[in-house]
Design a protein around this ligand. Structure first.
Ligand SMILES: [Zn+2]
Ligand SMILES: [Zn+2]
Length: 383
């Protein structure tokens, strides 16, 4: 398959377009002409051309060749002058296109290095630790690079052989059929797993896996203001990657113990405040024992109602995102006595009389006894 199309025209870019311009033009055209999105009959053909243009122009050496010769011969047997140009890594299939969309297109020849797995751990912390932050050691087990062979797979001091499958290149070519016809892909050699060398004497520690299980104590830094169920990420503390790939991350899910007095509503520190009728009527100053061991004076105003929410600004917990402090919040419940001694009863009898006026003022019947009002309503309905 030989091509003499004008790749610059196909992508609608000038001859001196930057790599970024090439990428941008390709992305928007590929979006427009992808056969999955574009139903016109020539979509597939256009898409192939755009793809071909992109894969030549994005690669500096191919682009230079194209600029010099005006065409790129992509026939595997075409013997194009230059260096072994056989189209193996630029006649990409759909998979390569999607790689390109996500910026992962590397012109083929990927190695086998892969990122290690993320690992998950759970850690329980106290309510106070969640509020103020804590550094805690956590015992974990993970895959690390083998300490005996340092990930080389072979027993130390032994030699390796050049891989016969890939002839030491670490990569092999594989023909595949796609909706665009056959294409050739370069993949990591599955015999040597991209290393180009095969092991004669496997490492006795890791049995040539390159990794070994290790138990470690990892310091977890929990920031102030975390909440139950949040996760802390420790970058690079997960399993080691294969073939010297990057290590995964470690995630620690936090479980926060409950507190006998407080609960959290985001950065606010909330507690229930039961008050008897007398204290509710007269008001009261209470001493709240805080998480830091100090006490906080909390003034309940006279005449507070059940269900009232009282706040003391800035006495809550640090907000994880903006470092501001939440409030100390009291939820008032008025407790009426269920059992009374004779003296209390006497006092309540007196209170009942003196408070009757107050009660009627708050009734929905504008001063009229609400029992009387109810009777009027019922009488009216009977008529
Ligand atoms: Zn080893
Ligand atoms: Zn190989």
């Amino acid at each position: 398959m030989a091509s003499s199309k004008n790749y610059y025209e196909l992508l609608g870019i000038p001859k001196d377009a930057s790599e970024e311009q090439v990428r941008k033009a390709f992305r928007s055209l590929a979006m427009e002409w992808h056969p999955d999105r574009n139903r016109s009959t020539d979509a597939e053909e256009r898409f192939k051309e755009i793809n071909e243009a992109y894969q030549v122009l994005i690669d500096p050496s191919k682009r230079q060749m194209y600029d010099q010769y005006g065409r790129v011969d992509i026939d595997p047997n075409g013997g194009f002058p230059g260096r072994g140009f056989d189209g193996s890594d630029f006649q990409g299939g759909v998979g390569d296109i999607f790689d390109a969309f996500f910026g992962g297109f590397g012109g083929g020849g990927q190695n086998d290095a892969s990122r290690g797995n993320d690992i998950q751990y759970a850690m329980t912390i106290t309510f106070k630790e969640a509020a103020f932050g804590v550094e805690k050691e956590l015992g974990i087990t993970r895959n690390e690079i083998c300490s005996t062979c340092n990930g080389d797979l072979a027993a130390p001091g032994t030699s390796t052989d050049k891989c016969g499958n890939c002839n030491g290149a670490g990569k092999v070519r594989r023909a595949q059929n796609s909706i665009f016809g056959q294409f050739v892909q370069v993949i990591a050699c599955n015999v040597c797993r991209g290393r180009g060398q095969t092991v004669k004497t496997p490492c006795p520690t890791c049995k040539a896996s390159g990794r070994e299980r290790q138990t470690r104590n990892v310091m977890v830094n929990v920031p102030a203001g975390v909440e139950d169920g949040m996760r802390v990420r420790l970058s690079g503390e997960g399993d080691a990657g294969s073939s010297k790939g990057r290590a995964g991350d470690m995630y620690v899910t936090l479980s926060v113990k409950s507190h006998p007095l407080f609960r959290r509503e985001k950065e606010h520190l909330v507690f229930d405040l039961p008050l008897n009728v007398a204290h509710a009527a007269l008001g009261k100053t209470i001493e709240v024992p805080m998480l830091d061991g100090e006490t906080e004076e909390f003034v309940v105003p006279a005449g507070v109602q059940s269900g009232a929410v009282l706040r003391k600004k800035g006495k809550g917990v640090r907000n994880l995102n903006n470092s501001r402090y939440g409030d100390l919040v009291a939820l008032v419940t008025i407790i009426t006595p269920k059992q009374m001694g004779a003296r209390t009863r006497e006092l309540f009898d007196e209170l009942a009389v003196s408070l009757e006026v107050d009660e009627e003022a708050h009734s929905p019947s504008n001063g009229k006894s609400w029992v009387r009002k109810l009777k009027d309503v019922l009488a009216g309905e009977n008529c």
